[in-house]
Structures are given as structure tokens and as C-alpha cells.
Design a protein around this ligand. Structure first.
Ligand SMILES: CC(C)(COP(=O)(O)OP(=O)(O)OC[C@H]1O[C@@H](n2cnc3c(N)ncnc32)[C@H](O)[C@@H]1OP(=O)(O)O)[C@@H](O)C(=O)NCCC(=O)NCCS
Length: 212
């Protein structure tokens, strides 16, 4: 778990009790990103979603879960330039924000939101779209509703900025995240099998959550 040393700007959402300790979500400035990056984002890949063209693609693409022969750990933070501490050097984060889920004063989960930022292609030059840029829950606290609470807070954050949708990117090797986004009411927006030149075996999956 990661301790929080900075003060909150405001309380975003009250959340459920976790292990009988006080739990809450606060909004923090992006200056806390290096600290947020100490929360692991890594996950174990036991299953993948195979992307299967139907009728040579004329019938669309089908996603089918398959166990992998040799499970492995995927850690996005290990990819050069990908870790939270690297983002400020790449983009103007003025319109970005961090929502931190605290249990007993310790950060156990976090969500980073991006909005109206030059050069972020994912934003599609839209001012009514926010990106859930990053969401991560400490492995000891996964599957206890922390992610769901953060997603709700992200919706409130985006709604307060007049956004109609939240967009989020994941991959076919992150089956847990796909189930998570589907459970949050997201719709599958895009499947791009050719998005990652450095990881050709991975498929990009984009989800949208309609807010209004
Ligand atoms: C994805 C992640 C943020 C979800 O957070 P979480 O706190 O574990 O999720 P929640 O407990 O709020 O789960 C809400 C719902 O999502 C679905 N879900 C979450 N994890 C799941 C999993 N491993 N398998 C299947 N469904 C899952 C379930 O429907 C769950 O509801 P339920 O527990 O009542 O069945 C978390 O697993 C994580 O940090 N993963 C590593 C980082 C990562 O992959 N981030 C996303 C990058 S795109």
C-alpha cells in the first residue's frame, strides 16, 4: 500500500467500508503521479480474448476467451515512457486529474483522467469526451469494489466537465479489465488488431461509457 502525503483538494465520493477501516476517494493534483505509480498495475495473464474474424471479417469480429499455455505477468509501467512519472514530460496535464481511493489513509487504488489535451489523439479532438487514462488497484485489494467506486467517481468527474462519454483503452490480454469495463456499463467501441507495433500479439480494445 502507498501512503498519501498530500492533502486532498476535495472529497469526490464516499465509498464502502473496506476491512472496517475508513475508505474514501479524494481528488489529487497530478503532481502526485510519481507516488501513484508506486501502486502496481501489473496483472497475471492467464486468459486472453482471441479475436476471430467471422465470415472473413464480413460478419464482424468475435472475442473468445482462451486460457494461455504459459501464464505471465504484464506490467505496463515497465514499458518505456509508460509509467505515471513519465506523463508530465509528454503532455500538458493541466486538465488531468487523479482520483485516489484511500483506506485508513493509504492509497490502495487510483484513477487518472484526461480531458481536453492537445496532442492526445485518444481524445479525438472532442471537448465532450474524457479518457480514463489509468486505473489500478493494489493486488491485495482487487475484487472488493475499489475499481467500481473509482469508476463511479470518474463518471462524476467527467460529467462535471460536460462530457458525454468516458473512453478507455485496454487489450485482449487483460480479460479482467474487459469484464470490469463491461460491468461498469461500457460499450465496446473498437477492436484494433494492428494498434501495437511493439506488441503485435496484443489487440487494442476501446470502450465507451455513455454518461448522458
Ligand atoms: C481492472 C481493475 C482496476 C478492477 O478493479 P477491482 O477493484 O478489482 O474491481 P471491482 O472489485 O470493483 O470489480 C467490479 C466488477 O468488475 C468485474 N471484474 C473485476 N475484476 C474481474 C476479474 N478479475 N475477472 C472477472 N471480472 C472482474 C466483476 O464483474 C466485478 O464485480 P463482482 O466482483 O461483483 O463480480 C483491477 O483488476 C486492476 O487494478 N487490474 C490491474 C490494472 C489494470 O489492468 N488496469 C486497467 C488497465 S486497462
Amino acid at each position: 500500500m502507498v501512503g498519501v502525503h498530500r492533502s486532498a483538494i476535495y472529497r469526490a465520493t464516499a465509498t464502502a467500508q473496506v476491512n472496517a477501516m475508513e475508505a474514501r476517494i479524494i481528488e489529487e493534483p497530478v503532481s502526485c503521479l510519481p507516488e501513484c505509480g508506486r501502486l502496481p498495475i501489473a496483472f497475471r495473464v492467464d486468459w486472453v480474448l482471441d479475436v476471430i474474424p467471422i465470415d472473413e471479417g464480413l460478419g464482424g469480429l468475435s472475442l473468445k476467451e482462451r486460457p494461455v499455455d504459459s501464464p505471465y505477468i504484464k506490467d505496463f509501467d515497465e514499458i518505456e515512457g509508460n509509467a505515471p512519472m513519465c506523463w508530465a514530460a509528454q503532455w500538458d496535464l493541466s486538465n488531468w486529474s487523479v482520483l485516489s481511493f484511500l483506506v485508513g489513509g493509504y492509497r490502495v487504488g487510483g484513477a487518472v483522467l484526461a480531458f481536453d489535451t492537445e496532442g492526445v489523439d485518444m481524445l479525438e479532438r472532442r471537448k465532450d469526451l474524457a479518457i480514463l487514462w489509468d486505473i489500478r488497484v493494489h493486488p491485495d485489494h482487487r475484487r472488493h469494489g475499489v475499481g467500481r467506486s473509482l469508476f463511479r467517481a470518474a463518471e462524476a468527474w467527467a460529467g462535471a466537465r460536460g462530457c458525454q462519454q468516458i473512453k478507455v483503452e485496454t487489450q485482449n490480454i487483460n480479460v479482467a479489465a474487459c469484464h470490469f469495463y463491461a460491468k461498469q456499463g461500457c460499450s465496446l467501441g473498437m477492436i484494433n488488431r494492428y494498434a501495437y507495433r511493439d506488441f503485435p500479439e496484443e489487440t487494442q480494445i476501446i470502450w465507451y461509457k455513455q454518461l448522458l
